[in-house]
Design a protein around this ligand. Structure first.
Ligand code: UT7
Length: 320
């Protein structure tokens, strides 16, 4: 028994923010952002929340799968920007869907959140603890960005992607995942500090800080290694995989991974041009875009791979 993705959905906020829009608030340019990253525009939440985006993505995934919310026995949301510290985004989604038979909780693995969620659901399925699950990656990163820091605020966007996963004979073939907490400081966002007046009165909030070059080096070495491990474990040749859907952080990272795997760039679909980097949401949003364009056919092999804060990485080889 393994886990098969039987439906996908996604939801982006309405407001489009172009690179030119950003050059009005920080010292940047469309030329810099698009040539260094491939990003041309992103969607940023106004009224939308992590929960509302997740809920809409979930409804679309359930409709695509033809599954009712009552059939769900597990909901996992990968996010670092839940609307509440508690309840979790997953519990909010459960309530919104009326998924009364599901256990629901979040996991924080930053940009690998959807992948870690998928692998955890797979473990639940293989252990017989669940049959039909919803895995979501969702973020409203715009709430935790320093909008005066041009080195980070131009990179990210908001949105949610969801997949319905079911216990079936064919589906997830092999996976690889890992963490390197020693290097966590190169992509960090501090949580609330202690504002107990008996102790101290520091009420500052943390914002995303990144050593871009360190994370870049990590990504272009770790991601190809992780993909190679998965392919080797499955006895699958890189050329036998139709598409490689990578976390959408930087077009140059994606092109470098393709080159290192000696594969043509056409096998690496891209959504970052119109989405930016949406952390845990970027892989399921891209998967949904590719699915809805009719690019996936039953029996096709695809690779999903996420990487980022933690540091963390996670890769799956799936039969569609
Ligand atoms: O999702 C989690 C995973 N995250 C990633 O994978 C991100 C990985 N890193 C990257 O994608 C790239 O490192 C960045 C896109 C973040 C940065 O690109 P870079 O080519 O590594 O640029 P850099 O940081 O070396 O900066 C080059 C120059 C600097 O100026 P000086 O020191 O050369 O004068 C920066 O101050 O570009 C400057 N710069 C900017 N200029 C205009 C930094 N940000 C901007 C900006 N607009 N927005």
């Amino acid at each position: 028994m393994t886990s098969r993705i039987i439906g996908t959905g996604s939801c982006l906020p309405e407001t489009v923010v172009t690179n030119d829009d950003l050059s009005a608030i920080v010292d940047t340019s469309d030329e810099w952002i698009s040539s260094r990253t491939g990003i041309r525009e992103r969607r940023l939440a106004k009224e939308e929340t992590t929960t509302s985006l997740s809920l809409e993505a979930a409804k679309r995934a359930l409709a695509d799968a033809g599954v009712s919310s009552k059939e769900l026995d597990l909901i996992v949301v990968g996010t670092l920007t839940g609307d509440y510290i508690t309840p979790s985004a997953a519990c909010e989604v459960q309530a919104g869907l009326g998924a009364v038979n599901a256990t629901a909780f979040d996991i924080n693995a930053a940009c690998s959140g959807f992948m870690f969620g998928l692998h955890m659901v797979n473990a639940y399925i293989r252990a017989g603890m669940c049959r039909t699950a919803l895995v979501i990656g969702a973020e409203t990163l715009s709430r935790i960005l320093d909008w005066s820091d041009r080195s980070t605020c131009v990179l990210f966007g908001d949105g949610a992607g969801a997949a319905v996963v079911q216990a079936q004979e064919r589906g997830l073939i092999a996976f690889d995942q890992g963490s390197d907490g020693e290097r966590g400081a190169c992509l960090a966002c501090r949580g609330r500090t202690n504002n107990n007046p008996l102790v101290q009165t520091d009420k500052t909030y943390g914002y995303v800080q990144m050593d871009g070059q360190e994370v870049y080096k990590f990504a272009v070495t770790t991601v190809p290694q992780s993909i190679r491990r998965v392919l080797e474990n499955a006895g699958t040749e890189a050329e036998d995989v139709s598409y490689y859907l990578l976390h959408q952080a930087n077009l140059r990272i994606i092109q470098s991974v393709a080159k290192r795997l000696k594969l043509e760039p056409e096998r690496f679909p891209v959504s970052l041009d119109h989405c930016g980097n949406i952390s845990a949401a970027s892989v399921p949003i891209l998967l949904d875009e590719v699915n809805r364009k009719g690019m996936l056919h039953r029996g096709d092999k695809i690779v999903l791979s996420g990487f980022g804060g933690g540091l963390t990485w996670g890769t799956s080889l799936l039969e569609w």
